[in-house]
Unconditional design. Structure first.
Length: 66
C-alpha cells in the first residue's frame, strides 16, 4: 500500500508546523524566565517542616479511614 504524494506532503507539513510551534513556545518560555528576577533563596528547613506536616496529615487521614 503506497501513500499518495498529497497525503505525504500534508503529513510532513503538519509535523513541521507542530515542531515549529513547539520551538516557538519553548523560546517564549525561555524569554519569560530570563526576564523574571530571581526569587528568594530556598529555605530547606521550611520545606522539610512542610513535608513532615503533610506526611503526618496523610498518615492521620489513612488511620481515620480504616
Amino acid at each position: 500500500m503506497s501513500i499518495k504524494p498529497q497525503i505525504l506532503a500534508a503529513i510532513s507539513g503538519a509535523i513541521a508546523a507542530y515542531i515549529a510551534d513547539e520551538e516557538a513556545g519553548q523560546a517564549a518560555a525561555a524569554g519569560m524566565m530570563a526576564a523574571m528576577p530571581p526569587g528568594p533563596p530556598l529555605n530547606l528547613w521550611a520545606l522539610a517542616g512542610r513535608q513532615e506536616a503533610m506526611q503526618l496529615r496523610l498518615l492521620a487521614q489513612r488511620r481515620s479511614l480504616r
